[in-house]
Ligand binder design. Structure first.
Ligand SMILES: [Zn+2]
Length: 63
C-alpha cells in the first residue's frame, strides 16, 4: 500500500507509523486531523453557550 500523505510505497508489517511511511507523515496527518477537529467544537461551543444563557434568563424570569 502507499502512504496516504506522500503516496510513497510503504510496508504494513513491522511499521510503527502505518499506514504512513514515516513519523513525519504520521505527524502531518495528525496535525491535519487536529486542526479539523478544533474548528468544529469551537463553533458548536459558542452556539451551546448562547443557548444556555438565553434559557437560563427566561427561566428565572418566569418564576
Ligand atoms: Zn509518507
Amino acid at each position: 500500500m502507499n502512504c496516504p500523505i506522500c503516496e510513497k510505497p510503504t510496508t504494513w508489517k513491522d511499521n510503527p507509523y502505518r499506514p504512513f511511511c514515516s513519523e513525519k507523515c504520521q505527524d502531518r496527518d495528525l496535525g491535519n486531523w487536529l486542526t479539523e477537529n478544533y474548528a468544529v467544537p469551537e463553533l458548536e461551543e459558542t452556539n451551546i453557550e448562547s443557548g444556555v444563557w438565553e434559557s437560563g434568563v427566561s427561566e428565572s424570569e418566569n418564576s
